[in-house]
Design a protein around this ligand. Structure first.
Ligand SMILES: *[C@@H]1O[C@H](CO)[C@@H](O)[C@H](O)[C@H]1NC(C)=O
Ligand SMILES: *[C@@H]1O[C@H](CO)[C@@H](O)[C@H](O)[C@H]1NC(C)=O
Ligand SMILES: *[C@@H]1O[C@H](CO)[C@@H](O)[C@H](O)[C@H]1NC(C)=O
Ligand SMILES: *[C@@H]1O[C@H](CO)[C@@H](O)[C@H](O)[C@H]1NC(C)=O
Ligand SMILES: *[C@@H]1O[C@H](CO)[C@@H](O)[C@H](O)[C@H]1NC(C)=O
Length: 634
């Protein structure tokens, strides 16, 4: 009886709210607060990027966030994750943003959407599709009409999908961020921000809270603030939060205080130590922020993984620092989504200000050490590159973007052979004026040098070529895109060899430029390791993964690459990411179980593309990888 009454009441309540449009989310300027359904509200939110977590795990991660006491999740929308080629949209599977938002709602979380078009986020090109750079004069993040026309087309696809998910329309989205940290970008184009504001309003309607986020300093807000978009700030642990919020108060004298990115950890770069921030530092600062009554979003709550080629980089004209595959961020949930000491420290702080739901925290996922896997087949890139593409002949080297390619590698082959001496050997000096980002230079099948933008500063890349009389004089240069710059003025970061190459100071012409996106490796024909010529650079290696029997529940694991140098890993065609254990800090790659196939267990295979040097010389007993059950990210 009583139960029936409750059910009927619940029905009535939900009917009433849908019917009379009670669901509102607004800013109460006089009360310095948000209002949800007319009542004062503050959010305690965490960032998780759906693009960095396999969709099989979205619910698990969101439940863990809910169990920590959060009431919202914040995510970026990476434009380049959904529009890989102009006009070709993908919102399926791991890219099903609507499903992610629905899942958050089912779990009990509100959603704060950072809709871009630019995101930063240590993501390739800050979320921009690389094809924007096919136009050589485009001016990103400005009111340049070429740029805006692409932005408008994209927003016309994305925002109508989001509208039914707004809080007022029974969805979980309470607020939508426009652009990101625009005040940190030199363009300072108010017309651009106003244009975006108008588009967001046009597609999302008059009611939804639209906001901006900038660094907590007047210098950032100067160009980031846009009338009509609520200004919020971002800052990490340390100092008095009111000092940071004073920048926001300068532009928003009334309304809720909001820290849109409270840093729970920090990003990594290849070749540097793994960043960590202690739990007590994070917990104490979070406490101080919550004490002020502010709304806060913890960046990141789970960092996850920049799978494939999707890591970004920092840098500019004279420096280049790409980020590793792991985006663990030392966040309260690990890269694999497991709770950490920091998670419970944060939960304890939140419990002082909000009630923690009495739901069990989902347990850690199973990890399995599947063990050692011996490589069985190999193929040399320069033997098989024609199978990917026949390339484009060009007088001068073409950039990756000019080849209509977004990610991966470009192979430049000089069409005319180098002049070979009659006897002895001769040397040439090869110069690449601008190298983005890293090149392996061959004459025939002999590596002449590996040069990297990370080491060059503003210098040209120079490689000495040694050409013996027996040489066929075939010059090939394999250039890796290590991830486009995602922050600052250098985000128009075109890839490949930019400008003309010269030999002994004289411009060389006539190149075959082969785009190598590595989207589909099925065309490679592998030779048995023992019968292939022993080469160890720019090599593909393959092995079967004999881990499963039909119907098994596969588990997460970590790929350990001891002995390997630098390259890319694919499991069942899924591009898992970059490895570079000799550089660090990351030494193992996180492998979500979703990449395995337990329906046809015999089909599981791994392919490594080792760029520098594989541990694969006869008798090949070092030519293996190991699946372990513990991460090593430095
Ligand atoms: C880039 O855009 C400008 C302005 O519309 C146009 O004139 C130019 O042809 C475009 N270039 C390319 C390579 O598309
Ligand atoms: C771990 O594996 C066990 C045994 O297969 C299973 O019962 C359990 O649900 C798994 N845990 C998770 C979190 O998947
Ligand atoms: C390259 O050209 C050959 C000959 O025209 C053709 O058979 C082959 O399919 C081409 N390869 C690719 C990857 O397009
Ligand atoms: C390459 O050299 C040619 C001939 O000197 C010149 O016309 C062209 O502008 C150069 N290209 C670049 C990108 O520097
Ligand atoms: C997954 O992990 C569980 C718990 O450790 C284990 O019982 C199961 O055998 C594992 N499954 C596979 C396929 O490794």
């Amino acid at each position: 009886m009583e139960r029936t009454v409750h059910v009927v009441l619940a029905l009535l309540v939900s009917l009433c709210c849908v019917a009379n449009g009670d669901r509102t989310f607004t800013i109460d300027y006089d009360g310095d607060s948000f209002l949800k359904d007319g009542k004062p509200f503050r959010y305690i939110s965490g960032s998780m990027h759906y693009s960095r977590v396999s969709s099989v795990y979205w619910q698990d991660r969101l439940q863990k966030m809910y169990a920590a006491g959060l009431n919202a999740v914040q995510t970026y929308v990476p434009w380049n994750y959904h529009e890989d080629q102009p006009g070709e949209y993908n919102f399926q599977g791991d890219r099903d943003l609507t499903n992610f938002i629905h899942t958050a709602q089912q779990v009990g979380l509100l959603v704060i959407l950072r809709a871009g078009p630019y995101m930063c986020g240590e993501w390739e090109m800050g979320g921009f599709p690389a094809w924007l750079l096919r136009n050589t004069t485009i001016k990103l993040r400005t009111s340049d009409p070429v740029y805006l026309s692409h932005v408008d087309t994209w927003l016309g696809v994305l925002l109508p999908k989001m509208k039914p998910l707004l809080y007022e329309n029974d969805g979980p989205i309470i607020s939508v961020q426009v652009e990101n940290e625009y005040g940190s970008y030199p363009a300072c184009d108010a017309a651009y921000m106003n244009h975006l504001k108008d588009k967001f309003r046009h597609y999302l309607g008059p009611n939804v809270v639209l906001f901006t986020t900038d660094g907590a300093g007047l210098g950032f807000l100067k160009c980031g603030y846009t009338l009509g978009l609520y200004a919020t700030v971002d800052f990490g642990p340390g100092g008095n939060p009111m000092d940071h919020f004073s920048a926001q108060r300068h532009y928003e004298p009334k309304g809720p205080l909001v820290n849109s990115e409270f840093y729970t950890g920090w990003l990594d770069h290849w070749g540097q130590h793994h960043s960590t921030t202690s739990s007590s530092t994070v917990a104490n600062s979070l406490d101080a922020i919550l004490k002020t009554g502010a709304s806060v979003n913890m960046y990141m709550f789970e960092g996850g993984t920049s799978f494939g080629f999707m890591n970004g980089a920092n840098g500019g004209a004279n420096s280049y620092q790409p980020q590793p595959t792991s985006y663990d961020y030392d966040a309260p949930l690990s890269e694999a989504g497991d709770t950490t000491e920091k998670y419970f420290a944060i939960q304890k702080v939140i419990s002082k200000y909000a009630s923690i739901p009495s739901v069990p925290t989902p347990s850690a996922t199973n990890k399995t050490a599947y063990g050692k896997v011996q490589m069985s087949g190999s193929a040399w890139l320069l033997d098989v590159s024609d199978w990917f593409s026949n390339g484009t002949d060009s007088e001068y080297p073409l950039s990756m973007e000019a080849l209509s390619q977004n990610y991966g590698f470009v192979v430049y082959k000089l069409l005319q052979p180098l002049r070979v001496p009659g006897s002895g050997s001769t040397t040439y000096t090869l110069t690449m004026p601008i190298l983005h980002d890293r090149a392996v230079v061959y004459v025939d099948d002999v590596v002449q040098g590996i040069v990297s933008r990370m080491d060059l500063g503003s210098n040209k890349a120079v490689v000495k070529l040694s050409v013996p009389s027996t040489s066929k004089g075939r010059l090939s240069i394999i250039v890796e895109n290590q991830g486009r710059i995602n922050y600052g003025s250098g985000i128009d970061d075109r890839k490949g060899v930019l400008g003309n190459m010269s030999l002994n100071g004289i411009t060389v012409t006539g190149w075959d430029c082969i785009p190598l996106s590595l989207r589909d490796l099925s065309a490679i024909s592998f030779n048995d390791l023992s019968i292939s010529p022993v080469r160890t650079s720019t090599m593909f290696y393959r092995a079967k993964l004999p881990f499963f029997t039909k119907g098994d529940q596969a588990n997460d694991t970590y790929l350990q690459l001891t002995g390997w140098t630098k390259g890319q890993v694919f499991i069942n065609g899924y591009n898992l990411g970059r490895y570079w254990p000799v550089k660090g800090p990351q030494k193992t790659l996180y492998v979500p179980y979703s990449v395995f196939n337990t329906v046809s267990p015999d089909d599981n295979e791994i392919i490594l593309f080792e760029i520098d040097k594989a541990p694969c010389t006869p008798p090949f007993d070092e030519c293996f990888v190991t699946f372990v059950d513990k991460p090593d990210i430095g």
